[in-house]
Design a protein around this ligand. Structure first.
Ligand SMILES: CSCCC(=O)C(=O)COP(=O)(O)O
Ligand SMILES: [Mg+2]
Length: 249
């Protein structure tokens, strides 16, 4: 592996167990969303997320996605809107959809859970050790996740290893582009102001790794308990680690 200046990390399956996302973060949403919408309906910040979910639902309905029900924010009653939004969140979460509107609402809701102590972001200990070592050795660490920037700041800010936010130089979510498109990685390198070859991207998802590699980034696949197995056709194509401290500096 060549030297690198920037480390770009995925979250779920990389710094954080998939089980934490699926068994803690997602149930927090499904268990609380109905009450949360009822209690906070008139909050302008919530209404911004509602509009984004409705816009996405209308796009999905136009694209004939079978579970999508159009939401008419001007003519539906508030009760109709609320119940359609709840149905929409339910199917999107069951499908584990990595789409900006849903991820935005999730991050907004998790804020309450982290701040009141119900949620504590789970980190693999070796990921935290490696992030600290990279910072000590003058590498800058950035995050790129399907989770919203707000959700990323929360999981690292309220982590089971304390507040890690000071170790991170920046965050990207899918506003910069889809994680399986190489253009997204070129945009991130451009935004940081570095040649893509000076960036090391670590993720559990081989399609993301392939896209980053096509953009010229160096890559490592994160192999963690509970992650999806690497497809047989991809075995041996990319460097893999089970512990971040194995990644050379
Ligand atoms: C970053 S906070 C919650 C995780 C999440 O919702 C998610 O979709 C993570 O996807 P990733 O791109 O980090 O695998
Ligand atoms: Mg991931």
């Amino acid at each position: 592996m060549a030297s690198y200046d920037i480390v770009l990390l995925d979250v779920e399956g990389t710094t954080t167990p998939i089980s934490f996302v699926h068994d803690v973060l997602f149930p927090y949403i499904t268990n609380n969303v109905s009450d949360f919408l009822a209690s906070n309906w008139n909050d302008p910040a919530l209404q911004t997320h509602i509009r984004a979910i409705a816009d996405q639902a209308n796009l999905d309905a136009q694209s004939a996605i079978s579970s999508a029900i159009p939401i008419d924010l001007l003519n539906d009653t508030p009760e109709e809107i609320r119940s359609k939004i709840l149905a929409n969140i339910d199917w999107q979460m069951k499908a584990d959809r990595k789409i900006g509107a849903l991820k935005g609402l999730q991050g907004f809701m998790w804020q309450t859970g982290y701040k009141n102590g119900q949620l504590l972001g789970a980190m693999f200990p070796d990921a935290v050790m490696a992030i600290k070592r990279w910072c000590e050795k003058s590498r800058s660490v950035y995050i790129y996740s399907s989770g919203s920037v707000e959700a990323q700041k929360l999981i690292f800010g309220y982590s089971d290893h304390g507040d890690l936010s000071g170790l991170l130089s920046g965050h990207y979510d899918t506003k910069v582009g889809a994680k399986i498109e190489s253009q997204s990685y070129l945009r991130i390198a451009g935004d940081i102001g570095v040649a893509s070859g000076r960036v090391l991207f670590v993720s559990d998802n081989v399609s993301e790794i392939r896209a980053a590699s096509e953009a010229g980034m160096q890559t490592v696949v994160s192999v963690r308990p509970g992650n999806a197995p690497i497809p047989e056709s991809e075995l041996g194509v990319f460097k893999t680690v089970t512990d971040f401290m194995e990644i050379p500096l």
